[in-house]
Design a protein around this ligand. Structure first.
Ligand code: COI
Length: 350
């Protein structure tokens, strides 16, 4: 059933300097909220940003039925605002929801909510070259019940926050072979809250040891690279873009997908395949030019300067002519409307 979104806009608050704030610290003025009850989405609203009323018995607080997306809106060179890759995010959101036994969001509700919210808060989309508006659609199970069950009631919400560079320095990362992010048959491909909560402890240990992030390996053999922190892992070895193939335990990253598409457009060889961390070490030892980076909506392209394996640091190439920077700039040019949007990725909203 089509949902009408009621909009209660508040008097416009002046957007102050958001660049100096940490990622995700400040919300824009409005938010979207809809409720799922009796098998239907209802009461879709855009309201002033506010706290939620939630029962302490809400199922999401106990058994982890929570799913989210991370999207971005960009200020284009001509002043218009677009939301990047709405369709890909919509598909991934619903795939994650299905994996977590949560109700699908109809396409029109997802797109109308995004369009209305981002155009209402368009003044919050930064004009700086490294700025964007981070958009966080998410769903939580709200039914009040301590019994372990799939919830019957949910909230689907969207909040937004101005975003700048997520990592300001190239990273030092550790190949993680004790802990795993995801196992075969688990929820690794879903963007559910538990995947992130479960990663905190190994990441905190790595930080204590002087690393910025971990490079996750597969749960069975600990030989194959999966992801890096909260990003997809990507490499350029002697000019070929290589990324671990999706295996069910790796997130279907939108930035990962976009960078591969751009590389193919530019005639750069792309390999999506299983990759052992030993292969990286061997390439580095053989004197090949190895670039390593994390790719994600929040981080975009996060260069990795050093990879630690078995007690030894290996240095990756981070020179200013690195392919990863060219890929990042080509992506940015499309988002900013500087380069043609040949794939139809930009959804113009304001
Ligand atoms: C993103 O890159 O959008 C993410 O979801 C990663 C992190 C901010 C949780």
């Amino acid at each position: 059933m089509e949902q009408t979104i009621s909009i209660t806009a508040q008097a416009h608050r002046k957007v102050t300097d958001t660049k100096s704030l940490p990622f995700g610290k400040v919300a824009t003025e409005h938010m979207f909220i809809a409720h799922y009850r009796n098998g239907q989405w209802q009461d879709a609203q855009i309201t002033p940003f506010q706290d939620l009323v939630l029962s302490p018995m809400a199922l999401c607080l106990h058994y982890g039925q929570t799913v989210f997306e991370g999207m971005k809106a960009f200020r284009m060179e001509d002043g218009r605002v677009n939301i990047f890759r709405v369709e890909k995010h919509f598909d991934r959101f619903n795939k994650s929801l299905a994996r977590m036994c949560m109700p699908a969001v109809p396409h029109s509700l997802f797109v109308d909510a995004l369009r209305n919210l981002v155009s209402l808060d368009a003044d919050w989309v930064p004009t700086d070259a490294d700025g964007s508006l981070y958009i966080r659609p998410f769903m939580i199970a709200t039914e009040a019940r301590i019994g372990v069950k799939v919830a019957d009631e949910y909230m689907f919400m969207i909040v937004c926050s101005p975003a700048f560079q997520y990592y300001t320095q190239p990273l030092r990362i550790k190949v993680e072979t004790d802990y795993v992010r995801a196992a075969d048959g688990g929820t690794g491909e879903a963007k559910c809250g538990g995947n992130y909560g479960g990663a905190f402890y190994p990441t905190a240990l790595a930080r204590e040891q002087g690393f910025d992030q971990v490079l996750w390996t597969d749960g069975k053999t600990h030989e194959y690279i999966e992801e890096s922190g909260t990003m997809n892992a990507m490499f350029c070895i002697d000019g070929t873009l290589i990324t671990p193939a999706r295996s069910g335990s790796i997130l279907d990253g939108v930035t990962r997908d976009s960078l591969m598409a751009i590389a193919r457009d530019k005639g750069i060889p792309v390999e999506e395949r299983p990759i052992k961390y030993r292969e990286l070490v061997e390439a580095l030892q053989a004197g090949k030019r190895v670039e390593a980076f994390g790719a994600g909506t929040a981080a975009v392209v996060a260069p990795i300067a050093t990879i630690w394996v078995d007690g030894q640091d290996y240095t990756c190439y981070t020179g200013s002519d690195a392919l990863m920077y060219r890929l990042r700039n080509w992506l940015l040019d499309i988002r900013k409307g500087i380069a043609p949007d040949v794939h139809g990725w930009n959804y113009i909203v304001a």
